[in-house]
Design a protein around this ligand. Structure first.
Ligand code: AMP
Length: 480
């Protein structure tokens, strides 16, 4: 199948060619003709599948047929986070380079004034987070009844973040005939209900979600006490050939405290979560993408769907509370045929989440024994009966010295399914919440920058000594 078989215009095909894509991904091959026919779409797909282009490319052609009117957007794309919204707008710029389309990005953390000026001039494409969009509607600066195409992207993440009531309000505000495209990585009943209420005879386009991690990601787990997390992570990072890494934390405050803990290490560290000012988040992301800051500590929500091509290591500072998030997180490494490493730190309190991950991936993750590190025993990490292991299983079997269960303070790993989560800051005064933290972070985020590529392999290693697990000591294949 070729892009030219899908019914797209010459100008869009030219932009796709410039982007270097040789053939459409499955969701593009199936979805683009349907969008061009005016069908509603229920897309079951996650980021990384080429989903964004599957709706932006046909939308550009649909938009080319008309003209923008003041304060009446013609198309609206709803995104759960500011970063995703910004990423989609970059996609529009890339694919719409041969068209003269106007676009406004309505996200929290940015002043209303500039956004209003754009709306006054009239826009073809509105890309927005739900809260900020409704704020503009409430201020009388925007009418939604001219919207012909509505995209609800990452609907299950909207649900996690408590945005569904806002999305429903927006759907109701868009009166009249419209084409609706709804994308979700999973299809919980709340999303199915949303689709039943607001989509008309949708075509279901499904791309099988990866329920197993990529073969080329070498996974490991370390069982430890909460108090050992920072020092162990630091030791592993310093011992391993980390070109660049994403470190995931479950909570914003852990992102902050880990940032403080790691900022004095040899590597440049940046932090990303929803309480930080938008401008700061963009800056950190740009520095991480360019390699200036090789380590990014992030919450799931802030990092969701970010398109970062080559990450050599993923570290789970906390075990994700939703097993699917484990797949998402470690999918940041081992992209495009490169090999990658994923290391998860788990305390006894997190064992239930580890068990859920084992169930999802159909086996255990090989554990790393770090000499000198006390491994708290739990029912699951002590079992003598061998269980099936998760792929890939190349490591040597490790023997775990039995230790008596250690009493530990239960760490709160509350699921993120909570009301009005972190990313739509229009629910709070813009940038207020973020100021102190982000300024604190800003002043230090790029400190201690070193070129990790230049690190000498024989240099003395702090923390793990000679006991660096072999797989951590070598550079992943294919990562420059
Ligand atoms: P998405 O699923 O929209 O987040 O896209 C993931 C990545 O795939 C982005 O970096 C896109 O630039 C890239 N991409 C989208 N479509 C194609 C294609 N047909 N061929 C190669 N890469 C693509």
């Amino acid at each position: 199948m070729l892009f030219s078989d899908l019914g797209l215009s010459e100008d869009v095909l030219r932009a796709v060619g410039d982007a270097g894509y040789s053939e459409p991904t499955p969701i593009q091959a199936e979805g683009i003709p349907l969008v061009l026919q005016g069908r509603d779409i229920l897309g079951v797909a996650q980021t990384g599948t080429g989903k964004t282009a599957s709706f932006t490319l046909p939308m550009i052609d649909i938009l080319a047929a008309g003209r923008a009117r003041a304060r009446m957007a013609r198309t609206l794309i709803l995104e759960p986070t500011r970063e995703l919204a910004a990423q989609v707008s970059e996609n529009f710029e890339t694919y719409g380079k041969y068209h003269k389309l106007t676009m406004a990005l309505l996200i929290g953390g940015v002043s209303f004034g500039d956004q209003e000026k754009k709306l006054d001039r009239g826009v073809d494409v509105l890309i927005a987070t739900p809260g900020r969009l409704l704020d503009h509607v409430g201020r009388g600066k925007l009418m939604l009844n001219g919207v012909q195409v509505l995209v609800i992207d990452e609907a299950d993440r909207m649900l996690d973040m408590g945005f569904i009531p806002d999305v429903e309000r927006i759907c109701k505000l868009i009166a009249g005939k419209r084409q609706t495209l709804l994308y979700s990585a999973t299809m919980p009943k709340e999303i199915q209900k949303l689709a039943d209420s607001f989509l008309t005879d949708p075509a279901r386009v499904e791309v099988a979600p990866p329920s197993s991690p990529a073969e080329n990601v070498e996974q490991r787990i370390v069982y430890l006490s909460p108090r050992d997390k920072d020092s162990t992570l630091r030791a592993i990072i310093e011992a391993a050939e980390v070109q660049n890494a994403m470190i995931f934390c479950n909570r914003k405050r852990d992102v902050d405290s880990l940032f403080k803990s790691l900022k004095n290490s040899k590597l440049g560290v940046g932090a990303l979560h929803g309480d930080m000012a938008q401008s700061y988040r963009m800056e950190v992301l740009a520095k991480f993408k360019s390699g200036e800051v090789p380590i990014l500590i992030a919450s799931d929500v802030a990092a969701r769907g970010l398109d970062i091509a080559a990450v050599s290591h993923v570290f789970n500072y906390d075990v994700p509370t939703h097993a699917e998030d484990y797949i998402h997180r470690i999918g940041r490494t081992g992209r495009a045929g490169r090999s990658g490493h994923a290391v998860t730190l788990s305390t006894p309190a997190e064992q239930k989440y580890v068990d859920a991950i084992f169930k999802l991936i159909g086996g255990e993750i090989p554990k790393i024994d770090i000499p000198g590190l006390k491994t708290p025993a739990t029912k699951s990490n002590e079992t003598s009966a061998p269980r099936k292991r998760a792929r890939p299983t190349s490591s040597k079997k490790t023997s775990e010295p039995k230790q008596s269960p250690e009493k530990e303070k239960k760490t709160s790993t509350a699921p993120q399914r909570k009301a009005k989560s972190e990313d739509d800051s229009s629910k709070k005064p813009a940038a207020k919440a973020s100021k102190s933290k982000s300024q604190d972070s800003k002043s230090t985020s790029t400190e201690k920058k070193t070129d990790t590529n230049k690190r000498r392999p024989n240099a003395p290693v702090k923390g793990l000594g000679d006991h660096v697990p072999a797989f951590l000591a070598r550079a992943p294949k294919g990562v420059k």
